[in-house]
Design a protein around this ligand. Structure first.
Ligand SMILES: Nc1nc2c(c(=O)[nH]1)N[C@H]1C(S)=C(S)[C@@H](COP(=O)(O)OP(=O)(O)OC[C@H]3O[C@@H](n4cnc5c(=O)[nH]c(N)nc54)[C@H](O)[C@@H]3O)O[C@H]1N2
Ligand SMILES: Nc1nc2c(c(=O)[nH]1)N[C@H]1C(S)=C(S)[C@@H](COP(=O)(O)OP(=O)(O)OC[C@H]3O[C@@H](n4cnc5c(=O)[nH]c(N)nc54)[C@H](O)[C@@H]3O)O[C@H]1N2
Ligand SMILES: [Mo]
Length: 764
């Protein structure tokens, strides 16, 4: 019995908004109080403090929050974590349990009526459970039978390409490597991952222009940068420890330019979370120049800046651009300059929504600086021209010779704590030939060569019944993906859906004809295998591979590690595998030995991972080696501005995160840094747009998105007047994913355009 696809969306219920003044700075006492409250409520104070003391310490647990790196040497004495890192571990190490008794007394239809917040707070899943055809209750199943069911369904498929193997970004290197090896031995490259919705645009743009899809800076570079530009990112909430790095840049005399439609509190002023003496008195100012750009106005803004820089360079040759770098290391400079000559500042200004004088101040500052870092996240990648946004960033760095030198370079700030490592391990629907060649050689099998489905293509394939088994290694597919109702139909078309999860989420409720939930160990728990206690390894945003070991007793004896689950599925599904899966998981050193011989950069993996804090992977851009691009040099590129034209009363909507959520996991109902408490169904609007639509503060409205003549609706949101550019609005994800059309995606990277959705607002 399938539940109504409408229940794929969070319920429309309002929760009782309270509005308070927006704080003047991030961090400080309230952050500490919030962290302690979450720890106390979820884990208990005594156990919680032990847990926090291990977070991000050498030989400790890698924080499951974000992918921001740890300092190479000195770690904070008090603790190397942030408020939101504390919430992330509290959520995982919670005392609350979702046991077979819970499932026996709560039907799927019943659970699907709860909010995402309520679902998450039910706790950790303790046993593998199955939902049989026509059932409305999950029931306990043994691991053996669960694996057998997967094996049977996979082997029923006419082609391996009818199965989809999704990965979220928390999976360790060891589990990810095994998972992709199993999937390729099964015979498909259908390995979509959360990256497809996240930094794919960065990967495509950086590979194109610099020859490596990862950022080039290290944490140390922030101590040497003269200028850091932070674009389309809200580190105060999503990467709080990045504020320390920015604080250090400032202390050494560096400047910060922030480009964002919102004046995000954390970027404006902050207090050092590791220095309680600084929690009172005046906060540290971070942003020197704030460019309050309209949504998707970044390419236009950068083009204006290029024009201003070029004018200066023409007037005083060799003072603004680094011609030595340009000549030695790049191609396409002449074409780029010709394009800049033809651009018109007057035509571009309206797209930015910023006054000319402020842009000029920014250009003057950039002109003088030689060591520049540019950081960015989802505000740039999730647009139709997301790849253009990032190639434009590269243009700026190339003009300034700001790549491959101390204090300079690209800094795409990754989301999930091991999303970068998972890609390195081969979780990718478009694997490189050289990688498949290595797998074939080492494991003696014929790897599939045809590219697989990414996230958007997977949804379509399931909808069109070209795929009928879905396996999710972590994540929450129904809530993270666009076009919620369409995606629900897609998942409900499947014969089998399987989720390897720590906590209950909405994806468990929007299921195929049969469904399994396979509970796994979390990062914070001890992982005991045949040859003893194991640790895993992960790669952070700056390419450092390091270990993570859980210290807590697993919450239930029925949990398996992700690696063991992959081995179990592989044993039950592959007929003549050349791999002895059960042997590999006896000791993860054996898996790392296999990684060492198949993936470049991992020589002496087992030895180096045990030393202090791991090791840096090779990074060609960091070494000013651009030989891996199509031209053998770093490429200048010519990029497209936004092509969105709004009709009367139409507005642009970006979907963003509150301070109290981790993607689809809702820690709480507050967004403290934006002054909103106890409510998620809000829409931030400019006062002029509120008036123009005949609306008032706190009016209840429905949102309708418009795409190629189709309308999609999300009901019941409260209007909040906010400091946001005219014609721009913001709502929280996942409540408004139902408005994001599946076919609205970035050119080249296929990333859903979660930050540019054309909407109208209607009084309810
Ligand atoms: N606590 C916590 N930490 C997290 C996460 C979480 O949910 N909670 N998620 C993790 C993940 S997977 C990721 S990918 C990252 C996400 O980290 P962020 O990218 O910081 O997250 P978003 O909330 O999507 O914020 C996007 C920012 O971009 C701005 N923006 C939107 N559109 C535009 C635009 O057109 N131009 C410019 N210049 N700016 C724009 C928004 O105003 C907002 O400040 O964080 C990771 N860390
Ligand atoms: N509208 C809109 N949509 C977006 C975005 C946006 O900005 N706007 N952002 C996109 C981005 S950047 C991303 S990365 C995706 C995120 O997409 P996902 O990664 O799919 O979603 P998460 O919410 O991070 O997944 C949370 C679930 O992961 C499981 N989990 C947690 N820890 C573990 C673990 O250690 N092991 C396993 N096996 N499972 C675990 C828990 O069951 C939890 O419910 O969403 C995307 N969707
Ligand atoms: Mo992400």
């Amino acid at each position: 019995m399938g539940i109504d696809k409408k229940n794929a969306q969070p319920p429309e219920k309002l929760t009782g908004i309270k509005i308070e003044e927006i704080p003047s700075s991030a961090v400080g006492f309230k952050a500490i109080k919030s962290a302690i409250t979450h720890i106390k409520n979820e884990v208990g104070l005594y156990k919680g403090i032990g847990l926090l003391a291990n977070l991000n310490q050498k030989k400790g647990i890698d924080c499951p929050g974000c992918a921001w790196p740890d300092p190479d040497e000195k770690r904070a004495f008090l603790a190397e974590y942030c408020e939101n890192g504390a919430k992330a571990v509290a959520e995982e190490a919670t005392k609350k349990r979702v046991s077979p008794i819970f499932f026996a007394s709560h039907s799927i239809s019943e659970i699907s009526k709860l909010s995402d917040y309520e679902i998450g707070k039910k706790g950790r899943i303790t046993h593998p459970v199955v939902l049989n055809k026509e059932g409305n209750y999950y029931e306990e199943i043994s691991w053996k039978d669960a694996f057998k069911l997967i094996g049977t369904e996979l082997n029923k498929l006419k082609s391996p390409d009818e199965a989809i193997f999704y990965t979220s970004g928390r999976t360790s290197n060891e589990a990810a490597f095994l998972y992709q090896l199993f999937v390729r031995q099964f015979g498909t490259n259908n390995l979509p991952d959360c990256s497809n919705m996240c930094h794919e645009s960065s990967g495509v743009a950086l590979s194109d222009t610099l020859g490596i899809g990862k950022g080039s800076v290290t944490l140390e570079d922030f101590n040497h940068a003269e200028l850091v530009i932070v674009m389309g990112q809200n580190p105060g909430t999503n990467h709080p420890r990045m504020l320390n790095a920015l604080g250090k840049t400032k202390k050494r005399g560096g400047k910060i330019i922030t480009i964002n439609p919102l004046p995000e509190v954390g970027l404006m002023n902050y207090r050092d979370p590791q220095n309680p003496l600084k929690w009172v008195g005046k906060a540290q100012k971070l942003t020197d120049i704030f460019l309050q750009v309209k949504i998707n106005g970044d390419v236009a803004l950068l083009k204006i800046i290029f024009k201003l820089l070029w004018e200066k360079e023409k007037n005083n040759p060799n003072t603004v651009f680094d011609h030595h770098f340009i000549k030695e290391h790049t191609t396409g400079y002449q074409d780029f300059i010709e394009h800049i000559e033809t651009t018109s500042i007057d035509e571009l200004i309206p797209q930015t929504g910023i006054d000319f004088k402020t842009i000029e101040d920014a250009a003057n500052l950039i002109a003088k600086k030689k060591r520049i870092i540019i950081c960015w996240a989802m505000g740039l990648t999730q647009h139709k021209n997301g790849v253009d946004n990032i190639r434009e960033i590269v243009n700026l760095l190339l003009l300034k010779g700001s790549i491959g030198k101390n204090g300079a370079g690209t800094c795409p700030v990754r989301g999930h704590s091991n999303v970068q490592g998972d890609r390195t391990m081969g979780i990718w629907e478009k694997p490189k030939t050289s990688f498949l060649d290595c797998l074939e050689k080492e494991f003696k099998f014929k790897a599939p060569r045809k590219h697989g489905y990414d996230v958007v293509e997977s949804i379509k394939a399931m909808h069109q019944k070209k795929a009928s088994v879905f396996i999710g290694m972590g994540g929450n597919f129904i809530s993270a993906t666009p076009d919620t109702e369409y995606t629900a139909e897609a998942l409900q078309n499947c014969e089998l859906t399987v989720h390897i999860s720590t906590k209950l989420n909405r994806s468990h409720l929007i299921h195929g004809k049969k469904a399994l939930i396979l509970p796994c160990l979390g990062r914070s728990e001890k992982d005991l295998q045949e040859q003893g206690e194991q640790f895993v390894s992960v790669e952070n945003s700056m390419g450092v591979v390091h270990s993570s070991s859980g210290h807590l007793k697993p919450l239930s004896e029925f949990l398996l590690s992700e690696a063991a689950i992959v081995a179990g599925i592989a044993e039950a599904s592959l007929k003549n595998s050349t791999v002895n899966w059960n042997d590999l998981i006896k000791n993860y050193d054996y898996i790392r030995n296999k990684i060492e011989v198949t993936i470049p950069g991992f020589s002496e993996y087992n030895k180096r991972i045990r030393k202090n804090d791991g090791f840096y992977l090779p990074n060609s851009a960091r070494d000013k080696d651009f030989s891996t691009t199509s031209t053998g040099k770093a490429n200048f590129s010519i990029n497209s501005v936004s092509d969105i034209v709004l009709e009367k009363n139409q507005l642009l909507m970006m979907t963003i995160r509150t301070h109290d959520q981790y993607n689809t996991t809702i820690y709480g109902l507050n967004d403290r840094y934006r002054g909103i408490l106890n409510e998620r169904r809000v829409i931030f609007m400019n006062s002029l747009d509120i008036a123009a639509n005949g609306l008032e503060r706190l009016d209840k409205v429905d949102l309708i998105s418009h795409f190629k003549g189709n309308k999609r609706i999300a009901k019941g949101f409260l209007v909040i007047p906010y400091n946001i550019p005219k014609s721009c609005t913001a709502t929280y994800f996942p409540e408004t994913n139902v408005l994001v059309p599946l076919d609205s995606k970035a050119r080249l990277s296929n990333t859903p355009t979660s930050k540019t959705i054309v909407i109208t607002v209607h009084k309810n």
